[in-house]
Design a protein around this ligand. Structure first.
Ligand SMILES: [Zn+2]
Length: 185
């Protein structure tokens, strides 16, 4: 099937998962990891398998990782410096300062990666937002990847980012003769 006219995957939607590699809200496969309270879901682009992200979800995480990095270094640097001045490099305090610096650096790397992808999103978002609905429809038709209908729960989750549940049910009725697996999230 070529192009689902009901959903434009090239029209920016802050609450929809986006592929930074394909520059579109492509359809995805949802992978579940962990269990219980630690269950995580990752969304893999159907076109390139890249891990997709939801711009609304990423912003607070990016801020959180950045704040953690700043706080970790604010504690680690003076603490490590005091230990070095005292020649106390075998103490627990020096070990703690190294640990904090390590965690801070890791959190900083994650914050930087999030910043990089959010920047790509922002550039794409502002460019697409300036386009007319007609141009956006053309972008969608001409995009190298075309979302295809399927009856899976992953497809339903993707469609529900753009349409109300009853509109998604209509989509299933139109393309899938009403056969579909509801989302379990
Ligand atoms: Zn992709």
């Amino acid at each position: 099937m070529q192009n689902l006219p009901e959903i434009n995957h090239c029209s920016p939607n802050l609450k929809a998962y986006w592929c930074a590699s394909c520059k579109a809200h492509n359809t995805f496969d949802i992978k579940r990891g962990g269990s219980g309270n630690n269950t995580t879901w990752t969304y893999h682009c159907k076109a390139c398998r890249f891990s997709m992200f939801n711009p609304t979800d990423v912003s607070p995480w990016k801020k959180g990782f950045f704040i953690f990095t700043v706080l970790a270094f604010l504690i680690a640097i003076p603490l490590g410096f005091i230990c070095l001045v005292k020649g106390d490099t075998n103490s627990n305090s020096f070990g703690l300062s190294l640990c904090l610096a390590g965690f801070g650096a890791f959190a900083g790397w994650i914050a930087w990666m999030m910043h990089k992808y959010m920047r790509e999103w922002n550039l794409w978002h502002s460019a697409q937002r300036r386009k007319s609905p007609e141009i956006l429809a053309r972008d969608s038709r001409e995009h190298p990847f075309q979302p295809e209908y399927d009856s899976s729960g992953d497809f339903t989750a993707w469609a529900e980012q753009f349409l109300a549940p009853e509109e998604v049910a209509q989509l299933h009725g139109k393309y899938g003769r009403g056969m579909f697996i509801p989302t379990d999230q």
